[in-house]
Design a binder for this molecule. Sequence first.
Ligand code: 4NP
Length: 158
Amino acid sequence: MKVLFVCLGNICRSPAAEGIFINMVQSEGLQDSFQIDSAGTGAWHEGEPADGRMREHAKQRGYELPSIARQFKTSDFKEFDYILTMDNMNFEDVIALADNQQEKDKVRKMVSFCKVHDVPGVPDPYHGGDDGFRLVMDILEDGCSELLKKLKEEMSES
Ligand code: 4NP
């Protein structure tokens, strides 16, 4: 199962989602069944590690963020089974690059998996303070946990 998390810069939200999901998958001993990556719709931060504030907030909860930023590319539609976008703009930007309905169907809003948080998107924390980074972590822990449950069900059915 190949999963790609996508945000705008690929230095805050999608690297956090990637790190949380990697951790959850490893905790269940499922690392050999998953390929997990992240990307940004923009290329400004290509080659950079995750934002230091995001890494610190993730570390406080026990997550390492291994991401090195890269831009989303159309071949990702072929490479990945699921493409999880962080907000509505990321969703529209990725959908606009899809060639066909099969590729569009791979794109899902991360918050659609949340069980606890009823929010329209994972808010961009880049220009804000600590509260924004904590909220990102809260939403992503909720969404990643439910996403993993769903993918495990899907894998056991196939
Ligand atoms: P991200 O946050 O999309 O969660 O990685 C951002 C990081 C950088 C910028 C925008 C959003 N930026 O404009 O540089």
